[in-house]
Design a protein around this ligand. Structure first.
Ligand code: ADP
Length: 218
């Protein structure tokens, strides 16, 4: 379903978020206080406007509270990031996702009600480390401090086995959400579906359980 997003701050992170959402077919309003940034994003957004995120009136006149999500991607200017987030929550925006620069920034954002705080550099660093050190982990999404979704490469050990035979939930406490095979993806696997070598298993679970499955099960 098409959703409405606004992205405030069009640095490298905000620009990537904006372009990708637009490519996925969503409605995206791109905001920055620098004209040049706004001009650059125009072909990759539904609307683009020059505005300051800390200007309450400007946010109101853009009808910001009607957006499903607002992403605050203001980088180094922590004060502006905090003030923008505060205003968005006060104006009644339901979901405000904010890029944090550091741990103290994150703590303030939590206090003022940011709905989700992201650390793109750290998250990417963790992913890269996971990827480099494990031949089986293809990708990794952290859902919380304890739970993740990982993409694991099916080895010869599990080739030809059905999901019932693997019995991952009972043995390891994690759940296979989907199976990717080349370009095809099975998002509703049934117990009789078989795994082949080099399939990518999309698995959700506690980090410890996922690690056990990766080490012992695959
Ligand atoms: P990144 O690390 O993602 O590249 P930057 O710090 O380079 O982040 O970019 C942040 C963007 O946010 C810049 O384009 C800047 O113009 C914009 N920005 C900063 N403060 C505000 C503000 N108060 N309102 C709107 N945009 C802002």
């Amino acid at each position: 379903m098409k959703k409405q997003f606004a992205v405030i701050g069009l640095g490298r992170f905000g620009t990537s978020v904006c372009k990708e959402l637009y490519k996925l077919g969503h409605e995206v309003l791109a905001i920055d206080h620098q004209e040049e940034k706004v001009n650059d994003i125009t072909p990759h957004s539904t609307h683009s406007v020059i505005a300051n995120g800390t200007d309450e009136k400007a946010l109101q006149s853009l009808g910001i509270r009607n957006f499903d999500y607002v992403i605050v991607a203001i980088g180094d200017d922590i004060q502006s990031s905090i003030l923008t987030t505060l205003l968005l929550k006060e104006l009644g925006v339901k979901k405000v996702w904010v890029k944090a620069q550091n741990y103290y920034h994150q703590r303030v954002l939590e206090k003022i009600g940011a709905d989700r705080i992201v650390h793109p550099e750290q998250d990417m660093g963790i992913r890269l480390a996971q990827h480099i050190t494990s031949e089986k982990i293809i990708d990794y999404i952290e859902l919380s401090a304890d739970y993740s979704i990982v993409e694991l490469l099916a080895t010869e050990k599990v080739a030809g086995k059905s999901l019932v035979e693997l019995n991952v939930r009972a043995r390891y406490g994690c759940t296979i959400l989907g199976i990717k095979r080349g370009e095809e993806i099975n998002i509703a696997p049934v117990p009789t579906d078989q795994v082949e070598q080099d399939d990518v298993l999309i698995v959700i679970g506690h980090k410890n359980d996922l690690k056990r499955f990766e080490d012992e099960g695959l």
